[in-house]
Ligand binder design. Sequence first.
Ligand code: BES
Ligand code: MN
Ligand code: ZN
Length: 509
Amino acid sequence: MPRLALGSRALSTYSGDTVVIGLRAGEASKSSRKKAAKAEPEVVSSVELSAELAKGVAAAVEVLDPSTSVGSTTLAPAPAGLKAKKLLLVGLGDGDVSTDDLRRAAGNAARACAKDSSIRLLLPHDDATGLAAIAEGALGGAYTFTAHKSKPAEETLATIEIGTSLGKAHAPKDVLAKAETVGRAVAWARDLVNTAPNLLYPQSFADTVKEVVGASSGKVTLKVLDDKALAKGGFGGIVGVGQGSSRPPRIVEMTYTPTRARGAKKVALVGKGITFDTGGVCIKPAASMATMKSDMAGAAAVAATVVAAAELALPVAVTGYLCLAENMPGGNAQRPGDVVTMRNGMTVEILDTDAEGRMVLADGMSLAAEGGAEVILDIATLTGACMVALGPDVYGVMGNDDEVRSAIATASAEVDEPSWPLPLPADLRPGLDSFVADIAHKADRWGGALTAGLFLQEFAKTAEGEPIPWAHLDIAGPSFRDGGPAGHLTKGGTGVGVATMLRYLENLA
Ligand code: BES
Ligand code: MN
Ligand code: ZN
């Protein structure tokens, strides 16, 4: 990951590769009566440009006629007044510049400079929130995954300098340090998702988490429940899902205890970690299976969030539960019709072995409840139905508690990870009734995201059956990008949920 630094050296002596400046659509055309008059784009920068440089940039704009749409990039040779080699103009649109615009612009700019070694971003912002969006956006856009390349590219972006006019009161250095921690967490979650599923399976996932926790500056303790412990402990949900694979399931419990907790609630984060989802004996068609290495994106987000929460020393107690299993159709695989007994004692009738995520999460949630969780968030690539409802870029939020759901909505909006609320209609609950067991794990296809949520709701409870405030994040859509990169998002794993959960924890404190 590139290093972030405040760009303080004058532009006339800064000897990096590229300087990035913003462009907004000019206002002239709106007020002009002459329709034919084309507005001059407005050059916008976070620091004042010398008269010589401003003139050079204006001349480049005149000749190149660059697009001002958000995130579009236009490269030019450096004009007089810059010591750097190149000038990159990046569009910021025609309205007020939002933090999301800044993230996208910074992300595309960083990616356009992927072969440079050092760049300076001069995107306009007037507070720490804007600066953080630029920094996080640039790190997101610069992300690459080369672990499986035999000859990774030698040139990689090493330093991203960010120019700011914010004074000491905004603590810009601290803002960048924090953005680096968040950026590293997001990149790790992406790495885990992008790792090939022959190499990432429950035990290797647990080993990687152990390594990262060991190397991290935060204080996290780890406990791994192996397949023997899971069977002995009565975790029938995750044991059933994992039994068709030769690579047995694990639950990894990651605990961060702050030195000074500010009276906030004890939070449990429960992540779906299906390292590959074939569907089991209810096997998926090949096209639907192609991206199913990403079915552990929830667990990846939880792992990264707990490590980052510890590194940021957030004053909130957090325990992460990674529910890791591989859903395979081996000779010992579970069948439709099987009845399993869950960790909390409930019996569940399996109707479709492809509805496996809720089974592993339910056991994780019961463990969280036993651990005294006062709030539970679960995050999961749970249903295709949620993607049908909200499209590929927006995650769904359900839950049993208005306060937790709205706190998630707030956090998600603050970090530009779009989400939308979905209901848990009591009228759909009878769809989960089973003729033979306490409950079935799925209903008919209508409202598939909601009935999955209704199933999980049964496990957001104390041993006495009291509801525990809980929200469910269905990230099936935005966890993995099939198409190309866009702004701060890259192809493949996105790390969605890490920023939301971190902000949720921060806002709690
Ligand atoms: N992992 C899938 C959900 C999914 C689909 C995630 C597409 C990302 C992209 C999940 O385990 C699954 O198979 N869900 C089924 C549930 C059904 C069998 C009740 C689905 O959505 O079809
Ligand atoms: Mn499935
Ligand atoms: Zn799945």
